[in-house]
Design a protein around this ligand. Structure first.
Ligand code: FMN
Length: 420
């Protein structure tokens, strides 16, 4: 490149940096005034890219990217610094120690344990084989413990068990839509009885040491009625008065379970209502890195919790971090990388549970990991038949021996799981 052309290119780059905070129209006007032609393309509703700039004398200039989005603010919950506001959601049957460790290794800045019953926690003894529910890996702090129950008094005692186990944040579950849970007046049922719900939050906040934040997980209501909405906001106000630090809101109703979309506009209403008095994390239909950023930018909430979209797909956290920094979205992991992560997940399972349980416990994760494989149908079938460590090794050797490119998990493959 000649020196005049070099000078011009420098000007272009300076101009781009200068206009990075402008909207797309002013960027185009700016370049047109200099006789430059720009091709701008939308990456999504909130990001745009100067795809090509044709500068007089130089012809085409490389693809340059400009983001119109403000940088994401780091998340804090009470006095706990979380950092990047995209975290691993609580997932019953999934977000155990191995899944949480893998999520953290791939960029999740916080994770929440699967929900536990207060009764279960109170009855738990150190010798029982179920004690692994309370295991925390030294590398995974901060980590949240979540609990669910019916009676305010028992509930708060259960919360103390989570504190003793070493969880950094205590999360109260008012979201579970499972029939037998609702039938026992737990989980999402509490959204129908604000006074009891608020009593639970108050007692839990009172008993948990003040340096440990208490948070709540809610669906947007029992159903779509006005009454249900009013109850939701009554509980939310009660949470603020009780001194809770954050609420995670799943934009579906309890009645809706997993049918139909999560209503993100409700999250905007919630954030407008609470302002800075309560941190709001969003949940529902976060299946790709772009979804996570879009939810934050569209609704103004403080962070998001990735649930089904992270099962067998810990890479979603790295991908979200990359595009949040304005970098290109990383390619899907190739098969060498996938098999390394699957093996490491398996070993964490062996360390957490008894060796013979690992293959069966890993099966549901492997089925989801298989979705990243180009021959996913074949791999999935072999994963469903896996019973022993030898089976596991055989399937990995057979399907991951040759290093092929992987694929992003398609949206429809995420939507099939439900709480049971
Ligand atoms: C299998 C499964 C288990 C879940 N377990 C929990 C849980 O233990 N605690 C909780 O607060 N939410 C739980 N959820 C709800 C998720 O955290 C999340 O709010 C919900 O899946 C919506 O997000 P998504 O559409 O991005 O998956 C569970 C969801 C699924 C599918």
């Amino acid at each position: 490149m000649g020196s005049a052309a070099g000078e011009l290119a420098k000007k272009v780059i300076i101009a781009i940096i200068g206009v990075a905070v402008m909207n797309e129209r002013s960027i185009m006007t700016f370049f047109e005034a200099f006789g430059y032609q720009t091709v701008i393309r939308y990456v999504n509703r909130h990001r745009l890219q100067i795809h090509r700039i044709t500068v007089p004398d130089i012809q085409k200039v490389r693809i340059l990217s400009v983001s119109t989005l403000p940088a994401l603010s780091p998340l804090t919950i009470g006095n706990v610094n979380i950092g990047f506001p995209v975290v691993q959601a609580a997932l019953s049957g999934y977000s155990d120690l191995p899944m949480r460790v893998i999520a953290r290794q791939h960029g999740a800045s916080y994770s929440i344990c699967e929900v536990m019953l207060d009764q279960f926690l109170l009855a738990l003894s150190k010798r029982q084989k179920t004690k692994h529910f309370l295991d925390i890996h030294p590398t995974e702090h901060p980590v949240g413990g979540q609990l669910m129950g019916a009676e305010p008094e028992q509930f708060s005692l259960g919360a103390l068990k989570l504190v003793e186990a070493g969880f950094d944040i205590i999360d109260v579950n008012f979201g579970c839509p499972v029939k037998k849970v609702l039938g026992r007046c737990r989980g999402g049922f509490h959204l129908s009885q604000p006074d009891v719900a608020i009593d639970i939050l108050r007692r839990t906040r009172d008993i948990v040491p003040s340096e440990i934040p208490v948070t709540v997980k809610m669906r947007r209501g029992i159903d779509d009625s006005e009454e249900s909405r009013d109850k939701f906001f009554k509980i939310l106000d009660g949470a603020i008065d009780a001194g809770l630090a954050a609420a995670t809101v799943h934009g579906r109703t309890v009645q809706q379970r997993y049918v139909g979309p999560s209503r993100w506009s409700f999250l905007s209403d919630v954030k407008k209502h609470t302002g800075s008095r309560l941190k709001i994390l969003g949940s529902g239909d976060l299946f790709a890195a772009e979804d996570c950023l879009r939810m934050i930018h569209e609704t103004g909430i403080d962070g998001v919790t990735v649930a089904r979209g992270a099962i067998g797909n810990p890479w979603i956290f790295q991908q979200t971090r990359a595009i949040a920094e304005g970098l290109p979205k990383p390619a899907p992991p190739d098969l060498a990388e996938q098999s390394a992560v699957i093996r490491s997940h398996f070993e964490l399972c062996v360390q957490t549970y008894q060796e013979q349980r690992a293959p069966l416990l890993m099966r549901k994760f492997c089925i989801k990991y298989s979705q990243c494989h180009p021959k996913h149908e074949e791999v999935r079938l072999d994963m469903t038949r896996m019973r022993t460590r030898e089976d596991f090794e055989r399937v990995i050797d057979k399907h991951y021996g040759e290093n092929l490119p992987g694929r992003y998990i398609p949206r429809e493959a995420h939507g099939s799981q439900e709480e049971s």
